[in-house]
Design a protein around this ligand. Sequence first.
Ligand SMILES: *Cc1c(COP(=O)(O)O)cnc(C)c1O
Length: 177
Amino acid sequence: LGDEVEAFEQEFAAFVGVPHAVGVGTGTDALTLSLRALGIGPGDEVVSVANAGVAPVAAIRASGAQLRLVDVDPDTLLIDPQYLAGVLGPATRAIVAVHLYGNPVDLGALLEVASARGIPVVEDCAQAHGARWQGESVGSRGRVGCFSFYPTKKIGAFGDGGLCVTHDAQLAARIRE
Ligand SMILES: *Cc1c(COP(=O)(O)O)cnc(C)c1O
């Protein structure tokens, strides 16, 4: 904590192009705290993919929500928005879109489906620091973007680290609380 983290939050927010960034313990914490700050808990469903390691799934379960898996594109191995309609239901409260291997998810089609139903998109950017979709940084288009600074990631800390970015001042304040 302290001045260095605050300075890093400000620099990283500017790098992504959003007004708010909140430093947290890990990338998994970034996802869990984002889901909880969105009011998600037991009885809710959150949609994500099966091929992104254990972290997004662990974060969804840690929030208390049930996981619903959506299939990926066989070429990019990223979430395929065309399959979303088949898994979104009345209990769906969020979509965790995972940008993998530095490649951005097709956010245009994804955000269109999500916003038509009023479902917030949480961008998992743990493997995509600096990646851009149509010129805009990953993490800046969803309700919240989650980054990891685990030592093996594209920006590594000396130990664990994570960060949430968002345009939403209230959501940032809730995550910080
Ligand atoms: C590493 C990773 C996370 C979690 O980050 P930690 O800091 O290790 O908790 C989340 N999502 C993806 C896709 C990751 O690769």
